[in-house]
Design a protein around this ligand. Sequence first.
Ligand code: AMP
Ligand code: MG
Length: 339
Amino acid sequence: MKKKLLFAALALLLAAVVGLIGYDALTGRTQTTDFFAMDTTVSVRLTGCVKPETAEQIKAMVRHLDTDLLSRTSEGSEIAAVNRAHGGTVGEQTAAWLQTLKELEEISGHAFTADLGALTGLWGIGTENERVPDRDEIQAALAHTKKWSINGRTVTVENGAALDLGAVGKGIACDEINAIVRQTKAKKVIAAVGGSVLLYAKNPKETFRVGIRDPRGEANDYAAVLTVGSCCISTSGSYERVFTAPDGKTYHHIFDPSNGFPAQSGLLSVTVLCDSGLLSDALSTACFVLGCEKSEELLKAYDAKAVFITEENKIITAGDLAGRLEITADQYTLVEESQ
Ligand code: AMP
Ligand code: MG
């Protein structure tokens, strides 16, 4: 009799625990996970019936992308391996990313260049070796760019050249997070990987309000707020990763591959929106180099939209963003909505 009672009590306890778990999952609560990877903070908010393991799976996946595939400074990564050996065979995923980037290099007239490693290494911006190289050094580094190719899964990187996927890794992470959460019952996901953000809502009518950082302000100051549905958004700005040289000039980390210097296209930042994180990230870098006008065709080619903030404090949109952008800092003016 005693045994039966104990069994009943245990069963009740178990039911209560199971009930609680079930209740939690059904309420559509929000789980937030923050961690450091890809040299930045990754912040993931999952709303809906999502198991706690999903957050762990996302964390492991982003770290895997960084350490085993994309980082050129992680010895064991595929990119580091092809840089070291001047080529080799990469996995299917990496090959697909590189093929997309090869095409984007061509369409952007090399404003985006995947093998800028010799140049970025020379300037060392964001590292303890940052400095302004002299013109001869820059020319020598430029001679080692645009020297890679891909055929199937076989990559070739000429001696002296180096792939640097710093401009797209965070966008790729957004795509991979997107793939994971779509396998779950998540209702809403916001994943920020440095300057690239994944916005996902199961309900296609749902929208998000996204702040675009004020390039002249602090990290939490916004120049404008965009109202958008599910998409990937990436921002490239000259306020990120800067260093001030002994000559008093400030240099940033987005290079113009045509001259080897930080790009000066009249922009403070550009934010690109499209369905793919890889593309939004690559395009934001390319558009920063090209400037507002020259970016128009490139954005059209990829069916992407953009918000440019210029050095003259103008905010210019490309693509159909009519009525979806609200300026929130007085010094900026919305001057144009192209298309
Ligand atoms: P993002 O912040 O996404 O614009 O990426 C900037 C990073 O991409 C830099 O830190 C470099 O590692 C790399 N990079 C800089 N300029 C270019 C460029 N023109 N094309 C491709 N990658 C670049
Ligand atoms: Mg980018």
